[in-house]
Design a protein. Structure first.
Lengths: 58, 502
């Protein structure tokens, strides 16, 4: 079994890293969404009218 | 027989309801095309990680990776190693993505316009959309096949009429309509918020099923299965006759090019608050790209260990899971896979739609600006039309060879040329529009000819002899050569191109 140490360590690393990052991103991602929506609301208040910017494309 | 019960159905229903509500609610924050396509460039690191991971893992990813595990053992996970390393290095160094994000563009063709002119922008837009949509064309069918198999719908009789004959198509349509509704309404904002939810649900499902496999089947049995079926070739792609050095080289090229130019991944860099955030999103998500291969490969190996002989390599994993998972876990798996698929579909539709609007339709906007309302209407219409295309393409295209090869070759239609153009645009002052045009033509022609020759009986054997890996390597090498030769052929006096970094 140990002769396949590369795949064993890859599997262990994948399970440990993925479990940790899921919990961490679940918490911090929610904060990011809150900030993103707040920033978009702010931007919208600062620019009440537009209608001739031509969209994103230049 | 599948273990899918009312409890599993309730878990799936609850997940779908939460996603639809979240996706539709954020539509009120969309006030312009920038909000729709790049979320007003307000995305931060952790939301970016969740979104990138959710987008780049769909049912199709799970299916082709597990197929690779079933057919090649652990060696089949090599593309994941290549992808992880490429992403880490690019995120760390900022190679190409730094000048790209610094330029403030929305798509890669827009950057190429600054250096090679409007015609190259238009042509790269067409190539990106062609490659992207062909690539995405099989997602729905593969997703539908997975869901029908794990829920056991294929074994349940639903009368003799239309529903019984078209279960797969109906499953595909329902899935697509749900995704189109929130993507059309909320654009990138809906995609980011639903991606976040989908990342959590998807990860919970993937990890639970993997742990269950490791506990119930065990590492030793997985290794023994690979050993007995494939020997040392099941652990090392270079020793595997079906893979070999050309598979390794092609996958290094494909994965490096996709990290640099795959529009759905690049969209996260471009939606980031700033260049540093974009680089962090890449570097910190890089290991996920190994996870997204290793986990399904383990599932594929488990199917090899537990499934009866005679099941197709693509169907082995879902059939294995249908009987392996106990009540409740099946609902979690289906919710996780739906999450994975919906996040991928929504993001892909939005991204290719963004290129159609921003680059292919750019000539229509030249000289007269469109109102935000008109821009939004066009974007929403394009996303809906892509949905219609996917439905019909997914229904009639017959898949030849293995799924990963199809995706790698269709992706190469644009990966080869756009990655060459991007690198040259950022780092080679002598590059010009002649070289760009030559690279686009060569980069698209080789994979298209290969795919077409696979479909015709007269050329099928030649395509089989050449194989997708050699065809793919040829596309990258010849595209690079075309860029160099074309650029050098154009007299310096005619080169009035601009350098985006100056």
């Amino acid at each position: 079994m140990m002769q396949h140490w590369f795949w064993l360590s890859a599997t262990v690393l994948v399970v440990v890293w993925y479990s940790s990052i899921t919990i961490y991103v679940a918490v911090r991602g929610a904060v990011d969404i809150k900030h993103m929506l707040a920033a978009l609301s702010d931007n919208r208040r600062k620019q009440p009218t537009d209608d001739q910017s031509g969209g994103a494309g230049k | 027989m599948s273990e899918f019960t009312w409890l599993d159905g309730s878990i799936v229903g609850l997940y779908l309801l939460a996603t639809m509500i979240a996706g539709i609610m954020v539509r009120r924050y969309v006030s312009g095309v920038d909000d729709f396509l790049v979320a007003g460039r307000e995305m931060n690191v952790y939301l970016g990680i969740a979104s990138l991971a959710a987008t780049e893992f769909g049912i199709v990813t799970c299916m082709y990776s597990s197929e690779a595990g079933y057919k090649y053992g652990f060696a089949g996970a090599f593309p994941g190693i290549a992808n992880f390393l490429a992403m880490l290095i690019v995120g760390w160094t900022g190679f190409c993505i730094k000048p790209l994000r610094d330029s403030g563009v929305i798509t890669i063709p827009e950057l190429l316009d600054q250096r090679f002119g409007g015609r190259v922008r238009w042509a790269t837009g067409v190539v990106i959309v062609l490659g992207g949509l062909l690539n995405m064309g099989v997602f729905l069918r593969v997703g539908g096949e997975f869901l029908v198999a794990v829920t056991g719908l294929d074994t349940i009789r639903m009368g003799d009429g239309f529903v019984e004959q078209h279960k797969l198509e109906l499953m595909m349509t329902i899935l697509l309509v749900a995704v189109v509704i929130y993507t059309v309404l909320g654009g990138m904002l809906s995609v980011l918020v639903t991606d976040y939810l989908q990342f959590v649900v998807m990860s919970a499902g993937l990890l639970t099923v993997t742990l269950l496999i490791l506990v119930k089947i065990g590492w030793t049995q997985l290794v023994d299965t690979v050993e007995s079926h494939y020997g040392a070739a099941g652990f090392n792609p270079l020793l595997n006759e079906a893979l070999g050095w050309d598979f390794v080289v092609f996958n290094v090229l494909v994965n490096t090019a996709s990290v640099l130019t795959w529009q759905t991944a690049i969209a996260r860099v471009l939606a980031s608050k700033d260049t540093d955030t974009g680089r962090k999103v890449y570097a910190r998500t890089s290991f996920f790209f190994l996870c997204r291969w290793v986990i399904p490969v383990l599932w594929g190996i488990s199917a090899l260990a537990m499934c009866p002989v005679g099941v197709s390599s693509l169907q082995a994993m879902p059939r294995f899971l249908a009987t392996f998972l106990p009540m409740g876990f099946m609902g979690l798996l289906v919710a996780a896979m739906l999450a994975a698929d919906m996040s991928t579909d929504s993001s892909y539709m939005l991204t290719w739609g963004g290129v159609i609007y921003n680059d292919i339709l750019a000539p229509l906007r030249r000289g007269r600006a469109w109102s935000e309302r008109k821009g939004l209407l066009w974007n929403r219409t394009i996303v809906a039309l892509i949905g219609v295309f996917l439905l019909f393409y997914g229904l009639w295209y017959p898949l030849k060879g293995d799924l990963w090869s199809y995706l790698a070759v269709t992706g190469t239609i644009y990966l080869a040329s756009i990655s060459t153009l991007l690198i040259a645009c950022c780092y080679w002052p002598r590059a010009n529009s002649w070289g760009a045009a030559a690279a686009i033509v060569v980069g698209a022609a080789i994979p298209v000819i290969f795919l077409a020759s696979e479909q015709f009986p007269a050329t099928e054997q030649i395509a089989k002899t050449i194989g997708p890996n050699t065809a793919g390597i040829a596309a990258y090498v010849l595209t690079g050569l075309a860029m160099v030769v074309g650029s050098l052929l154009k007299p310096r006096t005619m080169t009035a191109d601009k350098d985006p970094q100056s």
